[in-house]
Design a protein around this ligand. Sequence first.
Ligand code: AMP
Length: 116
Amino acid sequence: MSETTDTIFGKIIRREIPAEIVYEDNLALAFKDVNPQAPVHILVIPKQPIAKLSDAESKDHALMGHLLLTAKRVAEQAGLTNGYRLVINTGPDGGQTVYHLHIHILGGRSLGWPPG
Ligand code: AMP
């Protein structure tokens, strides 16, 4: 899939397409994955359209920390008291399909390791 400056996640941020939004602040948005791979599957994204983790730069370090802490907060809000997994698929070999950086929060069942 090609990289573009706008993606389906940009449309979700701008409310051009619907999503089940569970958290929002001035820097980040979290919404339920439309094709859940676990009982809880939520995506945390920056509002700033960084295409992939490997494009993040030193100037983004506060935003990156904010996304990680937001994922923790959203996982707590979702009731994942027994643990959860955060995943950032990056680039073709990482299995990334949407080129707007996102953290997957997966939980609600025991997750296998290693992933495929
Ligand atoms: P990745 O493969 O890491 O790029 O993950 C992209 C994720 O976005 C997949 O888990 C999709 O199910 C999810 N996704 C794609 N379109 C939407 C959408 N409109 N609303 C919610 N999740 C979506």
